[in-house]
Design a protein around this ligand. Structure first.
Ligand SMILES: C[S@@+](CC[C@H](N)C(=O)[O-])C[C@H]1O[C@@H](n2cnc3c(N)ncnc32)[C@H](O)[C@@H]1O
Ligand SMILES: Nc1nc2[nH]cc(C(=O)O)c2c(=O)[nH]1
Ligand code: SF4
Ligand SMILES: [Mg+2]
Length: 242
C-alpha cells in the first residue's frame, strides 16, 4: 500500500438508493468503515461497530477502494456515501480527493464527535447527533468543531433519530440550536444484536412510529423538520449491503 491512507472497510456496496435524509432516493455507492467511538444501544449497523466483527474489516488503501467504487458505478460519476461505524475516524481525505477529480460527489454520515479538515471537501455532511434513547451523550463542542471544519463549502444537514418523547424534545432543542441547518427526523427502527444479520423487520411497528412522529410534530406546530422513513428498510428490511 506504499504508505497511502489505509481505511478499515466493513463493506462496499451499491449502487443502491440512499434510503435516508436529504439525499433520499439518490443512486449511491456506499463505503462503510469499521469502528466507532460510540455504541448506541439501538445501532442498526453493529457489524461495523462491535469489535467482535473486527476480523471482517479489511484494511484497504485508497487505490483499492477507488477501484471498487469505479467498478460498482461502471465508471459513471455518482454520489458516494461514506458511513460506518464512524467514518470520521478513518483517513478518507485522499479517497475524496481522488473521486472528486473524477467527478464523483461525496456525502458523509457521522454523529459529530470527531472533526476532520477534509469535511470541507464533501458535497454533503450529514450530522446525526444522538438522542437520549441511544444512551450516548452529545459533546456539543466537538459537534461545533465538525461544523467549523466543514465550513460553507458542503451542504451540512442534521438528521436525528427519534424513538420516544425524550428524543423528540432533544431533536427540538438541536433544531433550535442550529436554526440555519435543514433538519431531518427519522423514526427509530428497533434492532437488537440478535437481529443484525437478519432481514426481519416489524414493518407495522416501524410505520406506527413514523405516524406517531409525523402527528406529534404537526400537532406541536413544529414545521421546521422534514420527516422521512428509512426507505431501504421499508424495501429490504434490515438486510446488509442494500
Ligand atoms: C449506522 S449510522 C453510521 C454513521 C454514524 N456513526 C452516525 O451514527 O451518524 C447511519 C445512520 O443510521 C442511523 N441509525 C442507526 N441505528 C438506527 C436505528 N435503529 N433506527 C433508525 N436509524 C438508525 C444513525 O442515527 C445514523 O443517522
Ligand atoms: N440504502 C441505504 N441507505 C442508507 N442510508 C444510510 C445508511 C447507513 O447505514 O449509513 C444506509 C444504508 O445502509 N443503505
Ligand atoms: S454512532 Fe452511528 S455507527 Fe456508531 S453506534 Fe451510534 S448509530 Fe452505530
Ligand atoms: Mg443503516
Amino acid at each position: 500500500m506504499n504508505g497511502e491512507a489505509v481505511i478499515r472497510v466493513s463493506e462496499i456496496f451499491g449502487p443502491t438508493i440512499q434510503g435516508e435524509g436529504v439525499l433520499i432516493g439518490e443512486p449511491t455507492v456506499f463505503v462503510r468503515s469499521g469502528g466507532c467511538d460510540y455504541r448506541c444501544v439501538w445501532c442498526d449497523t453493529l457489524h461495523a461497530v462491535d469489535p467482535a466483527y473486527r476480523e471482517e474489516w479489511r484494511p484497504l488503501g485508497t487505490d483499492e477502494i477507488w477501484r471498487y467504487v469505479e467498478a460498482l458505478s461502471g465508471g459513471q460519476p455518482l454520489t458516494v456515501s461514506l458511513s460506518g461505524g464512524n467514518p470520521a475516524i478513518q483517513p478518507f481525505g485522499p479517497l475524496i480527493g481522488r473521486g472528486r477529480a473524477a467527478g464523483y460527489r461525496f456525502a458523509l454520515e457521522t454523529q459529530g464527535s470527531v472533526a476532520k479538515p477534509w469535511f470541507a471537501d464533501l458535497s454533503t455532511l450529514i450530522l446525526s447527533p444522538k438522542p437520549p434513547s441511544s444512551q450516548m451523550e452529545t459533546d456539543w463542542a466537538a459537534f461545533d468543531a465538525c461544523l467549523a471544519a466543514a465550513g460553507s463549502a458542503p451542504r451540512t444537514v442534521l438528521k436525528i433519530v427519534v424513538f420516544d418523547e425524550a428524543d423528540y424534545a432533544y431533536a427540538k432543542d438541536a433544531g433550535a440550536r442550529y436554526p440555519h441547518l435543514s433538519l431531518f427526523l427519522q423514526p427509530g427502527n428497533p434492532v437488537g444484536p440478535a437481529q443484525t444479520e437478519s432481514s426481519e423487520v416489524d414493518l407495522e411497528a416501524n410505520l406506527g412510529r413514523m405516524r406517531w412522529l409525523v402527528e406529534r410534530t404537526l400537532e406541536d406546530g413544529w414545521f421546521a423538520p422534514r420527516i422521512l422513513p428509512q426507505l431501504h428498510v421499508l424495501l429490504w428490511g434490515n438486510r446488509k449491503g442494500v
